[in-house]
Write a new protein. Structure first.
Length: 589
């Protein structure tokens, strides 16, 4: 979060508390409450890609918990906050472990289901007052100070809101934030660099539920009255709308969206009855039209896209210029010529179609090996099987002498295998440097809590230094802070190699790295791969450009219709009749 913008907002809110009439202070209180919930949706939906309509249920769960503890049992509202948080997190953990297994449209439908269920539970339990609600909820005391008036609550609400936004911003500009954005863009890519996407999604789900829980506690003791209406599915949709309007991918979007929708709602509830001649929830019609317009015109960027980008990208530099380098990946010592990677009798079928059949080969340390063959030969399937993205039916992978009974992307990269993809897979809303830093995710272990508290700056400095070093190595040191999407195709493919190098691999798998590159870019890529070979890094590549392959590789594996038909040096492969037949065919005669 831009520190200047943060200070400006805090100053404006402080002035508002002193000068604004009570009505506007109350409106700003609601803006703050909605911002907390919307901030959770920004992290959950905009950053992690999990669409949830059920956040209002978590608000209600905490609200009713603190109401029961303080009104029914006469205990402290602060105990209600602790117990409400605990119950909300337990419920979110159970619901998240079930719901987050779903994908596509089933996931948001799942959140609608439990959101509706919780709402009807609130309304049908007599102990909770049913739809009539609960009253006589006590005020909050901070020592001898009673927090009862709207202006007093204004201070409490906005201290919590601004602190939550600062923590979220710190987290998103850290290792965990990059991992979350990568998981939204492509879970396969994220897993290939050691990111546990399932655990990250559950963490953000719990974090968003905690923010909703705090909002529910504040709401209950501010109003000191409670009924189920504010926790309906309608309100869950409204929270999501706030995130869309403000910008679902940025922290400031929560505040912008909550402010716009809350103020607009107040205005429309007064203005529309004069126009259409009747009271009711007519503003819903306007909101429906607005959300369609927003989705058509600006997608998930929201109003925040019209402002200067507020996320801070200042480079972290060591204080003395000699920051300790990022720790290298634990590995056994390899001598030149040792086998780094071996595939043994690999086979894979898709619905009876044999994509790969009994394929075996190996790659030695400091060697460049190519897998070639016509389209449909099974090359990409073989690559995806080696890196754990596709489970093989039979066979095994041996990495640095360790045979893997079960291959998973995180296990493979931890053992020293990094990769690029046939179709470039970068995180488009991250910079070039941030994309490279993703590759080093497996080499650092900073916690989300330390990141949120801003305590991981040294680890971030080491990650940045590693990213800068590898980008300079591949010739992209001059575009560190450029958006990754602004690079040419050739530069994007080289960026993928830099990202792979940040994982400190023993071998890099490159899937068609020269595809779409111009002659000069191919020459630069060839020089880079030769430099990697000289440094002891092995390279296994799939490529269709025969001139590129023949002048670069030490050995070539040729596949056709899922089978390995030959293997050898470029000279031997070029003269093999089976290779000529596979590429050129034979005459009918």
């Amino acid at each position: 979060m831009n520190l200047l913008a943060f200070c400006t907002v805090a100053t404006g809110l402080a002035i508002g508390a002193a000068l604004l009439p009570d009505y506007y202070v109350t409106v700003l209180n609601y803006v703050g409450l909605y911002t907390l919930v919307t901030l959770g949706i920004v992290l959950l939906t905009g950053v992690s890609g999990v669409t949830s309509f059920g956040q209002a249920a978590f608000v209600g769960l905490s609200a009713y918990t603190t109401a029961i503890i303080s009104a029914s049992f006469g205990l402290s509202p602060w105990l209600g906050l602790v117990v409400g948080l605990a119950i909300t997190l337990v419920a979110a953990g159970i619901l998240g472990s079930i719901t987050l297994r779903l994908s596509g449209h089933y996931l948001p439908l799942g959140t609608i289901a439990w959101g509706l269920s919780v709402y009807y539970i609130f309304g049908n339990l007599e102990y909770l007052g049913g739809h009539t609600g609960m009253s006589n909820i006590p005020a909050v005391y901070l020592g001898p100070w009673e927090i009862a008036h709207s202006r007093e609550f204004y201070l409490l609400i906005w201290v919590i809101v601004l602190a939550s936004m600062l923590l979220a911003s710190n987290m998103l500009n850290s290792r965990i934030g990059r991992a979350l954005r990568a998981g939204k863009e492509s879970r396969d890519t994220a897993e290939s660099f050691g990111i546990d996407t399932a655990r990250n999604r559950l963490f953000v789900f719990l974090y968003a539920a905690a923010l909703a829980s705090v909002s529910g506690w504040l709401y209950t003791h501010m109003l000191r009255f409670l009924n189920p209406s504010p926790f309906s599915l309608h309100m869950g949709i409204e929270y999501l709308f706030m995130a869309v309007v403000g910008g679902a991918g940025q922290v400031w979007g929560a505040l912008l969206g909550a402010s716009i929708i809350t103020v607009l709602k107040e205005y429309l509830q007064e203005f529309l009855p004069r126009v259409i001649g009747q009271a009711g929830n007519s503003e819903i019609i306007v909101f429906g039209a607005l959300i369609i317009l927003m989705l058509q015109v600006n997608r998930d960027k929201g109003v925040g896209a019209l402002l200067t980008r507020l996320r801070l990208h200042a480079r972290l530099k060591p204080e003395d210029g000699n920051e300790e380098p990022l720790a290298r990946r634990a590995r056994s010592e390899l001598a030149s010529g040792d086998i780094v990677l071996a595939a043994e009798e690999m086979s894979k079928s898709f619905s009876g179609l044999k994509a790969v059949t009994d394929v075996s080969f190996f790659v030695r340390r400091g060697e460049i090996v190519a897998v070639i063959g016509p389209n449909g030969a099974g090359k990409s399937t073989l690559f995806n099987g080696i890196t754990g993205l596709v489970p093989f039916d039979q066979g095994r992978i041996v990495i640095n002498g360790e045979a893997l009974a079960e291959v998973s992307p995180r296990k493979v990269v931890a053992l020293g295998v990094a990769r690029s993809f046939q179709h470039v897979k970068l995180v488009s809303d991250l910079t070039v440097l941030e994309n490279a830093m993703l590759g080093a995710h497996i080499r650092s272990h900073g916690s989300s809590i330390s990141a949120a508290l801003g305590l991981s700056y040294r680890e971030e400095a080491r990650l940045r230094n590693e990213g800068q070093r590898q980008l300079a190595r591949v010739g992209l040191g001059h575009v560190l802070d450029a958006p990754a999407s602004s690079l040419s195709l050739g530069q994007q493919r080289v960026l993928e190699i830099a990202r792979a190098l940040c994982a400190d691999p023993d071998i890099i798998l490159l899937d068609e790295p020269a595809a779409g590159l111009r002659y000069k870019e191919k020459a630069e890529l060839s020089s880079l791969l030769q430099e990697l070979r000289a440094s002891g890094v092995s390279v296994l590549l799939v490529e269709h450009d025969m001139e590129f392959v023949m002048t670069l590789c030490d050995r070539i594996v040729v596949m056709n219709f899922g089978h390995k038909i030959t293997e050898g040096s470029p000279v031997d492969v070029q003269s093999d009749s089976r290779v000529i037949e596979a590429y050129l065919g034979v005459s009918a005669a």
